[in-house]
Design a protein around this ligand. Structure first.
Ligand code: BDP
Length: 325
């Protein structure tokens, strides 16, 4: 009797572990600072749909939009620790940690969005994705973020001189602090979620971002001058916690990586539409948008390049990016 019970119990354990191995349901939580409907949020949802389809419903990705899991810098740390599984973030907050990301965050490093695509879709992009791994993250794909320009509550910026003494919020990255310094302005790094009230209360005069962020954050309501100096074409990245990644089978890892790559073209399309619509909408709501001669802004960036392309390898990376047609 005892031996029969032991055998039955042993069989039950075996059956349970076998079914766990074959059909382990996995839910991955992904963070995004942007609201529902924003191109990056929709792109990661698309990754989720592809992954679900390709694993017969076994793997689910839940996207927590609107900074529900926290501000970017904090969520990045939590992703490194494995508390958050996936994260869609700007490359900016990685600059102080991963020098390669600082190079692709240099002002005017990309001539235009097409140049950025050609660089990030090729071996240089792969090199930068690989640079995340020693920091506890797996780089999966790059997304579009258009071009960032200055906006403020005071006046249209028409020349570099107009920035003199003005206070601008930047992302938490030394590159952007030095960029504003080089233009004669005063930079205040702060989390994205604090910018609206900082402008409203006059703690800062303005910030800088792409049109969809300028619009969806509501910053256009409190800083109505948007001046198209387009100083930064900084890609966004979808990363995964390496701790979580290492728990997945190689097959599941491949499904996730491929789905992320497959979402890039979808995000680019959504981005192009969102960018156009955002500019139209802020103008319709009263924002004043002006063009600028960019050359003096480009010329002012020499010290920033010198500071961040500060090893032969990083200097070489700058040159290789510039050499991409
Ligand atoms: C937006 C990026 C977002 C950043 C934000 C910022 O998409 O990832 O958090 O700018 O300025 O354009 O912090």
């Amino acid at each position: 009797m005892k031996s029969l019970r032991t055998t039955v119990a042993a069989l039950a354990v075996l059956a349970a572990s076998a079914s766990a191995a074959f059909a382990q349901e996995i839910t991955l939580r992904s963070s995004d600072t942007h609201p529902d409907g924003y191109p990056t949020v929709e792109a990661v949802k698309h990754v989720g749909e592809l992954v679900k389809e390709r694993t017969d419903g076994r793997i689910t990705i839940e996207v927590f939009h609107s900074a529900q899991l926290g501000e970017e810098k904090d969520t990045i740390e939590q992703t490194q620790f494995g508390v958050i599984d996936m994260n869609r973030v700007s490359l900016g907050p990685f600059n102080n940690l991963i020098p390669e990301t600082a190079v692709v965050s240099l002002p005017y490093i990309f001539r235009d969005a097409e140049h950025m695509h050609r660089v990030m879709d090729g071996p240089i992009g792969d090199e930068i994705l690989a640079a995340f791994e020693p920091h506890g993250l797996i780089g999966l794909a790059f997304y579009d973020s258009g071009a960032r320009s200055f906006y403020n509550s005071e006046k249209p910026i028409e020349s570099v001189e107009d920035l003199e003494g003005m206070k601008f919020r930047v992302m938490q990255s030394d590159v952007f602090v030095d960029m504003v310094d080089a233009l004669g302005g005063d930079a205040t790094p702060m989390p994205y979620g604090e910018v609206y009230s900082a402008i409203e209360t006059g703690v800062i005069d303005g910030a800088e971002n792409n049109p969809p962020s300028y619009q969806t954050s509501g910053h256009a309501e409190v800083a109505g001058y948007y001046s198209l100096d387009e100083h930064l074409i900084v890609p966004e990245v979808l990363v995964m916690s390496k701790t979580r990644w290492d728990q997945l089978s190689p097959e599941d890892q491949e499904v996730i990586r491929q789905a992320a790559q497959d979402s890039v073209s979808v995000q680019r399309e959504l981005w192009a539409e969102a960018e156009k619509a955002a500019l139209e909408e802020v103008i319709a709501n009263g924002a004043q948008v002006n063009e600028i001669d960019k050359q003096p802004f480009i010329d002012a960036m020499a010290p920033v390049y010198e500071k961040y392309a500060n090893t032969p390898e990083l200097q070489d990376l700058v040159e290789r990016i510039q050499a991409v047609e």
